[in-house]
Design a protein around this ligand. Structure first.
Ligand code: HEC
Length: 220
């Protein structure tokens, strides 16, 4: 009896070790193969991601939040000061930058790359700069990779637009149609064709009427 119990205990222990080993091995294997992005790409869905990136800055500004942007600004604070009267540091002082001339803060030695851009900081330019300083001004001294998330950039710009005595106007949110535009690009042509048909129908109807003159504004 004693022997048999030992044998059983032995097998149970052995099974446990095997199970544990298997868990470790499979765990390791799956961990190693864990993809960067979860899930698998589906054609068409991928394209939607592209459309997402193409949304206008105004779309993200519509739900932007300066308080969140102040939090994002922590990534910039090592090199920048955005407070009133803040000093230039590794990067130029950023108080009053929105709407100001690009590379326009007095007393900072900007790179020729940034000085060569010209114009002033509006929403689109700042968005492009924050997305990738290197692409916006190749050769810039700002060694910051950029912010990939368009909402982070919008939040940050909203914050920067508070850190100035003369904030620039926030663009109105894009119309619903503009939002749907990106998704409906494929069907757009078909829609236009429909519109044309409707127009010609309307025209022929008004043509059938006596003058049709006063009806034109209604049709539009
Ligand atoms: C590693 C330091 C560093 C970090 C981090 C950094 N910057 Fe800069 N930034 C610079 C430098 C240096 C310049 C000047 C670039 C040039 O002259 O090419 C600059 C320039 C700028 C300018 C142009 C200012 C002007 O007067 O035209 C803006 C705007 C700006 N940075 C915003 C930011 C924001 C917002 C962040 C955080 C998301 C950030 N930077 C992160 C170093 C940095």
């Amino acid at each position: 009896m004693q022997d048999r119990n030992n044998t059983i205990a032995g097998w149970v222990l052995f099974a446990g070790i095997v199970a544990l080993g298997a868990t470790l091995v499979t765990g390791e294997a799956f961990h190693g193969e864990r993809p960067e992005e979860m899930g698998y790409p589906i054609e068409g869905v991928e394209a939607e991601g592209g459309a997402e990136a193409a949304k206008p800055v105004a779309f993200y500004l519509a739900s932007a939040d300066a308080a969140r942007g102040e939090n994002v600004f922590k990534k910039c604070a090592a090199c920048h000061n955005a407070a009133p009267g803040g000093a230039n540091a590794l990067g130029p002082a950023l108080y009053g930058t929105m709407g100001n001339a690009i590379a326009g803060h007095p007393g900072f030695a900007y790179s020729d790359a940034l000085k060569g851009v010209g114009g002033s900081w509006d929403w689109e330019k700042m968005d492009a700069w924050l997305a990738s300083p290197r692409n916006f001004a190749p050769g810039t001294k700002m060694t910051f990779a950029g912010l990939g998330n368009p909402q982070d950039r919008a939040d940050l710009m909203m914050y920067l637009n508070q850190q100035t005595a003369s904030p620039i106007a926030v663009p109105p949110p894009p119309a619903e149609e503009a939002n749907a535009d990106a998704e409906a690009t494929v069907g757009e042509d078909a829609e236009k064709a429909d519109d044309v048909e409707v127009l010609t129908e309307a025209e022929s109807e008004t043509g059938a009427g006596s003058s049709g003159g006063p009806e034109v504004p209604e049709a539009e």
